[in-house]
Design a binder for this molecule. Structure first.
Ligand SMILES: Cc1ncc(COP(=O)(O)O)c(C=O)c1O
Length: 369
């Protein structure tokens, strides 16, 4: 048989999610397009990485017990249930590869994180969308209505990216109670660090049920996005399955060391939390004074609404114009077209100086014709 190598059909038809973080020329940009931590990284991490005795010719440990212990201690967890990964993206991929047979369904929410359907398709599964309810918020009823005999996984990002919305513990527990026991509920808690109580009930659900997993990341508040470090909290059986298919050395030595220093630096975490809480309130209020509508957020980013209805009677700029106007000023925000939220722009919370500069730019955009 002759012919050229072809990828499997699901992969060939994939609309790949490759986030455009934006580009500018000239001076260093203010990058608020990727939901990264505003305050950089912990000084403890900086110190450690500068002085660490490096052993580059040796493979790292497949799992670092020290890192697991540090995470367990910080968040009040059982360390044997933890599996670390090359970012939490890796865990999203692995759970799909391990638990979806061809054609099995994985439910994600309408404005949920785009890696969920991508990972589902790569694994050979079928993504099923559950429409969101009011205010771009997850609807538990719609998720439960989407469950069929073919459903194997339900993905819930809470707080959700890109909307910044949150559903409460009662709703998450109601969702779980309505699922058959063979369906895995993925609690993607990437932004839980920004919620004051830490949403510890997610871990309690993992400990109580065989079909709940929780994914976390060092990419946001801990400021280690470039190190690629995530972790999950699992029932034993699911942890063992994922550990058996995860590439053995997917976490590099520096990331492991940085993770320990980051998770132990609760002073830096509190500083980041206070900074985030301040701008969660201040930014929407100051934008409202300028005539812009900003959706309330529970995370470290906002959706700015450019639909004309939100412009308070003013025929203001549209999202595309705003993105270009900001990029021309070296300010990178994220376009929401891949999420079919064309009238919105997503913006991460930056440093105080960055936020002031962005607010001035929005004032200038308002007067720009
Ligand atoms: C909801 C959600 N989950 C997971 C991730 C992946 O994080 P990482 O792979 O950097 O750990 C992100 C990153 O933006 C996210 O928004």
């Amino acid at each position: 048989m002759n012919g050229k190598p072809l990828p499997k059909k699901a992969v060939a038809s994939l609309v790949s999610y490759r986030p455009a973080l934006g580009k500018v020329t000239g001076k260093a940009p203010i990058r608020l397009s990727a939901n990264e931590g505003a305050l950089g990284w912990s000084p403890q991490v900086e110190h450690l990485l500068r002085h660490a005795p490096l052993q580059m010719n040796h493979y790292n440990l497949p799992q670092s017990a020290d890192l697991h212990e540090a995470i367990a201690k910080r968040y009040g967890l059982e360390s044997e249930r933890i599996l670390t990964s090359n970012g939490s993206d890796e865990l999203i991929g692995l759970i799909c590869l391990a638990y979806l047979e061809d054609g099995d369904e994985a439910i994600h929410t309408q404005y949920g994180f785009l890696v969920f359907p991508q990972a589902t398709i790569i694994a050979g599964g079928k993504p099923v969308v559950a429409a969101d309810g009011d205010n771009l918020t997850v609807s538990v009823d719609n998720i439960l209505a989407a469950v069929t005999d073919a459903t194997k996984i339900v993905f819930l990002a809470n707080p959700n990216n890109p909307t910044g919305t949150l559903i409460d513990e009662d709703e998450v527990r109601r969702l779980h109670a309505g699922l058959p026991s063979h369906v895995i509920l993925v609690l993607d808690w990437a932004y839980a660090e920004y919620v004051r109580d830490g949403m510890a009930y997610g871990a309690r659900m993992v400990e109580a049920y065989d079909n709940v997993v929780m994914f976390r990341t060092f990419s946001k508040m801990h400021g280690l996005a470039a190190q690629r470090l995530g972790w999950g909290y699992f029932p034993d059986a699911i942890r063992d399955v994922l550990a058996s298919i995860r590439p053995p050395f997917s976490i590099n030595t520096l990331a492991s060391m940085a993770g320990i220093a980051a998770v132990e630096d609760t002073a830096f975490q509190e500083q980041s939390m206070a900074h985030n809480e301040k701008w969660q309130k201040e930014f929407p209020a100051r934008m409202a004074e300028l005539g812009y509508a900003v959706l309330p957020t529970t995370a470290n980013f906002f959706l700015i609404d450019f639909s004309s209805a939100s412009q308070d009677g003013h025929n203001g700029p549209d999202a595309k114009t705003a993105l270009k106007f900001m990029a021309d000023r070296h300010i990178l925000l994220r376009e929401m077209t891949p999420y079919k939220l064309d009238d919105y722009v997503r913006m991460s919370i930056g440093t105080d100086d960055e936020m002031e500069e962005v607010l001035s730019a929005f004032a200038a955009l308002r007067d720009h014709k």
